[in-house]
Design a protein around this ligand. Structure first.
Ligand SMILES: [Zn+2]
Length: 126
């Protein structure tokens, strides 16, 4: 049972109590019951709004998880002045990774140099 249906059930119970209370001539009982009904109505609105917020946050979280680089990811080594990663084949720009945590695959420029298509940095053994 989720929060919204739990509150809805409580509201139904409060309504039944109100029906039963018609036979009870106690004003205080009726006042408390009316207060309870109001509280439950507020809670129902609050629960519905929380449910909406939760869905929006879950969606945002899934999106962030999809685009984010895992925090623990680090270059596993260097080759020809570029970074290598265990999780992905290829040679990556050190400047892009060090400044933006972005994996930019370098392309072969000459036998000794590779370039980054994103920041145009040249990498090589010189
Ligand atoms: Zn770069």
């Amino acid at each position: 049972m989720d929060l919204v249906s739990g509150v809805s059930n409580s509201i139904t119970l409060a309504k039944r109590l109100r029906e039963i209370s018609k036979n009870i001539a106690d004003a205080e009982f009726k006042n408390v019951l009316a207060d309870l009904s109001n509280e439950l109505a507020d809670l129902k609105l609050e629960a519905a709004s929380m449910k909406e917020q939760l869905a929006a946050l879950q969606e945002e979280n899934a999106l962030l998880r999809h685009v984010a680089v895992p925090a623990e990811e680090k270059p596993s080594g260097t080759k020809w002045g570029c970074y290598q990663f265990e999780s992905e084949e290829g040679l990556f720009c050190t400047a892009c990774w060090d400044s933006k945590r972005r994996k930019s695959r370098t392309t072969r420029f000459t036998a000794k140099f590779r370039t980054c298509p994103v920041c145009n940095a040249a990498h090589g053994t010189g």
